[in-house]
Design a protein around this ligand. Structure first.
Ligand code: AMP
Length: 223
């Protein structure tokens, strides 16, 4: 086996997902050599020779994996639903960073007629699909953050956003309406890497899968 097939680049999502991701890799014997949350670096060697982490925005993770710049990635299901899974395999539900994709609106607002509804979101494809399934063609307005502000400012009637505790919606006078999907982080693998870097990838997936089961058992979620 050439040296190259023994190296592996793993793209991780920065932010709140990272905290829950690292213990899973740690259980699989892969730990970054320095604190990823404190460093300003983007590439991190690990305790496993030839295996490195790169730290990306979630929405960039599938792009790196799809093009083979990273072999493996960790990304939210919301991102996969929005940007598609072309060129990659979704191999494992990591059961971390669980949340829901919902529509929401201002509690006191009168529902607009479906024909005129304006929806603000960063998930434009998911939003179009969801409303289309209800026979509605909304005017979808793309935003990059603070979706909750849009109905308050009169920019939109509803939003499509990620909801965890619901506190952000509540604090802004909004209520959840339709549940679109349950979300959690997924392990994804580049299709070509899956062939060329087996068994290192198969080994990794199996170790991470064990770590996910062990975590579920310790949280009393196991069956
Ligand atoms: P909450 O107030 O707990 O409902 O959290 C809602 C906000 O946190 C949303 O604006 C989301 O952008 C963000 N959020 C919550 N859970 C996640 C997650 N698992 N992944 C990414 N963002 C999240």
């Amino acid at each position: 086996m050439s040296k190259d097939t023994e190296t592996l680049t793993i793209a991780l999502t920065k932010g709140r997902i990272l905290k829950e991701t690292l213990p899973l890799f740690s259980s699989a014997g892969i730990e970054p050599l320095e604190d990823m949350e404190k460093s300003r670096k983007l590439i991190f060697p690990t305790t496993r020779e030839g295996v490195s982490f790169v730290l990306l925005r979630g929405s960039d993770v599938p792009t790196y994996v799809r093009h083979g710049a990273a072999d493996v990635g960790v990304v939210g299901k919301d991102i996969l639903m929005e940007f598609g899974d072309e060129g990659l395999y979704e191999v494992l539900d990591l059961d971390i960073a669980r949340c829901r994709l919902m529509t929401a609106g201002i509690e006191s607002a009168q529902q607009r007629s479906a024909a005129k509804i304006r929806v603000a979101t960063k998930f434009v494809n998911i939003a179009r699909d969801h409303y289309a399934r209800r026979g509605v063609q909304p005017n979808v307005i793309k935003l990059y953050g603070a979706m909750e502000l849009a109905p308050i400012m009169g920019l939109a009637d509803e939003i499509v956003d990620i909801v965890d505790t619901g506190n952000t919606l509540k604090a802004n006078g909004m209520v959840p309406r339709d549940h679109i999907a349950d979300i959690s982080s997924r392990l994804i693998v580049n299709k070509a890497s899956m062939r060329t870097r087996n068994p290192i990838i198969a080994d990794l997936v199996s170790s991470i899968s064990d770590a996910v089961s062990a975590r579920a058992d310790s949280l009393g979620m196991g069956d």
